[in-house]
Design a protein around this ligand. Sequence first.
Ligand code: AMP
Ligand code: MG
Length: 439
Amino acid sequence: MTTHNEFSRCVAQYDPHALPVPAAQAITREWATPVTAVERVALRDALDRVLAADIVSPIDVPSHDNSAMDGYAFNGAALAAAAPAVELTVVGKALAGHPFPGRVEGAQCVRVMTGACIPQGCDTVVPQELVERSADSASIRFLADAVRAGANRRLAGEDLARGHAALRAGRVLRASDLGLLASLGIGEINVRRRLRVAFFSTGDELRSLGEPLDAGSVYDSNRYTLFAMLRRLNVDTLDLGVIRDEPAALEAALRSAAASADVVLTSGGVSVGEADFTRQMLQTFGDVAFWSLAMRPGRPLAFGRVWSGGRPGLGLPALFFGLPGNPVAVMVTFYQIVREVLLLMSGATPQPLPVIQAASQCPIRKRPGRTEFQRGIATQAANGANGANGQWQVTPTGSQSSGVLSSMSEANCFIVLGHDEGDIAEGERVSIMLFHGLI
Ligand code: AMP
Ligand code: MG
């Protein structure tokens, strides 16, 4: 585990007053220590869990050569021997699950259905629609150039070969993977234990649902966006409620969070006006750096480690992210900074979020020197319409204020404007990240 000094050294390499997003990502990534505990779960409980070890295929899938078509199986050598037409005697049939028991000789064939084992002596299947059957169905005729030798045969092991890794450790299991494991006859697997993430909101102005809204107060929405985003990552969540802006209350909440979770997320209390107060408290009992990210929204961020014992090295540690208070900034920093760390700590091998190019439908103002994540509405031109050929187009949502959460609900993507980019002209291409499957 990284020590207090290593943390300070690691963080000191950067200017905390304008930390570029990639630098922040590099530091936080370095601090992600994956959970090691393993649980055995039934296949149906494995969706979205992280595979703990490679799955080596115990069998060939399919286990036998089988037919890809409804048709007739025969020895492909018969094609060369007989031109222009091939005539074969039908000696039996094979259905999926009911193999033909005998051996097929030169001018013979077997009626086969899709998935049926290819009978012994055969290597080729002619589809039924290409053959002419005799009146009594005892023989078939087809043109020799209708099929090639070896056609329409699925080979044993062509899906998954015995002894090969079918799935790799670190994979977040999807629907197809559950089916794939079932095709190997595997009903239980080892997965990493779920990551535990505690979160709370800070602010004297915050009210929880069910409480009356008095003058100057707002309902706490960050705990709901955080809860939902964490759910998508399939981590265990621990909601510690709203904590008042009081050092003793904050300290107690952080210590209890560190005692029971791997990661603690808070929102609020890290902006310029409030950071001093939070910083004072955190400096005593954690290794925490306060950053001003070169990013919009989401400029202020605190990152480090907190300890349940109230001092670095005392009790149990938890990784700590002090996210900004503004509701949009919470979501943006979660996706751009926190998400990857949570996946790494879950034992997963995260893939970068897909970025696609879209033509901006209007000019966008952007100052170089920070990465911006504007909320956008992306549409794809109908294929072929106006010659656009499915090109993506994007328009920023009305308000880009980091307090306007409705901009997130209205949007379906982030427009990602890179650190060095300046103003965008109408029609210029920009990078977008679709929310689909993410938010
Ligand atoms: P702060 O970072 O604590 O200064 O908060 C910045 C802004 O975000 C303020 O307008 C807060 O009222 C608002 N805010 C902070 N936390 C929340 C929350 N949990 N839900 C909704 N708004 C919040
Ligand atoms: Mg606050």
